[in-house]
Design a protein around this ligand. Structure first.
Ligand code: NDP
Length: 449
């Protein structure tokens, strides 16, 4: 698909020139702009108010040095970022990614996507994202703590419970959030809901750990219902074996599916009897080990070196839950040829534009990340509500709210795609439904943010 609207072309060209070294960011913006063409044409006030120029430019980017001392007494230096992208509908909200691949382009793409995702949840949250090129792999607990404390020493100047509320993402789980929260409290002498994904003993929400993975399956369930089917008896392939993937496995299994393959960045395992999420939890969350060790626990499983081969495993449902651009056009065609009927993105932008095109042109139900994986941030929003009220809801209460939010998100995406004559195109539906609320708020609030 190419951009045709003159206003959108002009804004995109300017962005492409100014951000030529940020391919992931441009990829994310282009996809949204393409979907919004009919909206921009139907609503001249969007151009009049310069909405597209403003929405694609972060309100603020903070880029900082993170220095810390390793176990050998050597000084290490990493780069940290927080991108505060858009606060039109609420305080900035979005995770912190710790991974050596992190750079400004990746944080900006994630922050941009977050604006629309957060809007889709129906909760009052703006878009933001942050992280560092720090690699948590192979670091001792002490080194992780030192890094997190140093990172928060700078970050604490820019965030707050009513300003910007970061959460976890790749490489940032309950342990890292704990160290960061401790440092924030130490520095500011205040106990507030400044981070989400906290431990249960100090303000965390039940079901937050499970939320993104469960949410992907709730969204997929709605997609399947519309096709007159369900998870029951379906084979499921899930890439990754981190937070999102593990709980997607649990929920897909509970809904009657059979998860037959999962991966990490080294390789994948296949077990036609179904992969046990509890064993995966033990390996990844407790032992922090590699996926290949799964075969030591479950001898019927087979390990294959190289993570990308997972898309060659024949399945009914595919849930890419690892990382961006992990599934390309050729792999998508292979899934289609093998009879896959539905795909939902658990990770952020895991499918390349060619892959999305391959799924859509084959008529396969395709659920985009900003809708399908919004359950995580939605439950973070519920954690913020509980913190403000000084209350803790039960697992069942949070899960029921999460379920309803995912059902509503699916309905909003479907409705928006139908209103603009693109029935069945959930990518366009998600972009439009997420955009409309933010756009209206920006117009109401005037030009300066
Ligand atoms: P984790 O760090 O918990 O897990 C990431 C997993 O993906 C690990 O198993 C990692 O393996 C694996 N992985 C990384 N690269 C590849 C690859 N190329 N092929 C196969 N596996 C790979 O992260 P999360 O589960 O939290 O996040 C996963 C994705 O979901 C990210 O895109 C994130 O932005 C998105 N997301 C997460 C949310 C959350 O609540 N956690 C909310 C919304 C989106 P290894 O150990 O080898 O690195």
């Amino acid at each position: 698909m190419s951009l045709k609207n003159a206003y959108l072309c002009k804004v995109y060209e300017g962005l492409a020139q100014r951000n030529a070294h940020e391919p992931e960011f441009l990829q994310a913006v282009r996809e949204v702009f393409e979907s919004l063409e009919p909206v921009v044409e139907a609503r001249p006030e969007i151009e009049k108010n310069g909405i597209m120029e403003r929405i694609a430019e972060p309100e603020r980017i903070v880029n900082f040095r993170v220095s810390w001392v390793d176990d050998n007494g050597k000084v290490q230096v990493n780069r940290g970022w927080r991108v505060q992208f858009n606060s039109a509908i609420g305080p900035y909200k979005g995770g912190l990614r710790l991974h050596p691949s992190v750079n400004q382009s990746i944080i900006k793409f994630l922050g941009f996507e977050q604006i629309f995702k957060n809007s889709l949840t129906g909760l009052p949250m703006g878009g933001g994202k942050g992280g560092s090129d720090f690699d948590p792999k192979g670091k001792s607990d002490n080194e992780i703590m030192k890094f997190c404390q140093s990172f928060m020493t700078e970050l604490s100047k820019h965030i707050g419970a009513d300003t910007d509320v970061p959460a976890g993402d790749i490489g940032t789980g309950a342990r890292e959030i704990g160290y960061m929260f401790g440092q924030y409290k130490r520095l500011r002498n205040e106990f507030t809901g400044v981070l989400t994904g906290k431990g249960l003993s100090y303000g965390g929400s039940l079901a937050r750990t499970e939320a993104t993975g469960y949410g992907v399956c709730y969204y997929m369930n709605e997609m399947l219902k519309d096709k007159g089917t369900s998870f029951a008896g379906k084979t499921v392939v899930i890439s990754g074996s981190g937070n999102v993937a593990i709980y997607a496995n649990q929920k897909a299994t509970q809904l009657g599916g059979k998860v037959i393959a999962m991966s990490d960045s080294n390789g994948y395992i296949v077990d036609e009897n179904g992969i046990d999420y509890k064993v995966m939890q033990e390996i990844k969350e407790v032992k922090r080990d590699r996926i290949k060790t799964y075969v030591n626990y479950v001898p019927t499983a087979k390990y294959v070196e190289g993570c990308r081969g997972i898309w060659g495993v024949k399945c009914d449902i595919a849930l890419p839950c690892a990382t961006q651009n992990e599934l390309n056009g050729e792999e998508a065609k292979q899934l289609v040829a093998n009879g896959c009927i539905a795909v939902a993105e658990g990770a952020n932008m895991p499918c390349t534009p060619e892959a999305v095109e391959a799924f859509q042109s084959a008529g396969i139900a395709f659920g985009p990340a900003k809708a399908a994986n919004a359950g995580g941030v939605a439950t973070s929003g519920l954690e913020m509500s509980q913190n403000s009220q000084r209350l803790s809801w039960t697992f069942e209460e949070v899960d029921a709210k999460l379920h309803q939010i995912m059902v509503n998100i699916y309905a909003a995406c479907k409705d928006a795609s139908e209103r603009y004559g693109m029935s069945g195109n959930l990518v366009a539906g998600a972009n439009i439904a997420g955009f409309e609320k933010v756009c209206d708020a920006m117009i109401w609030q005037g030009v300066a943010y």
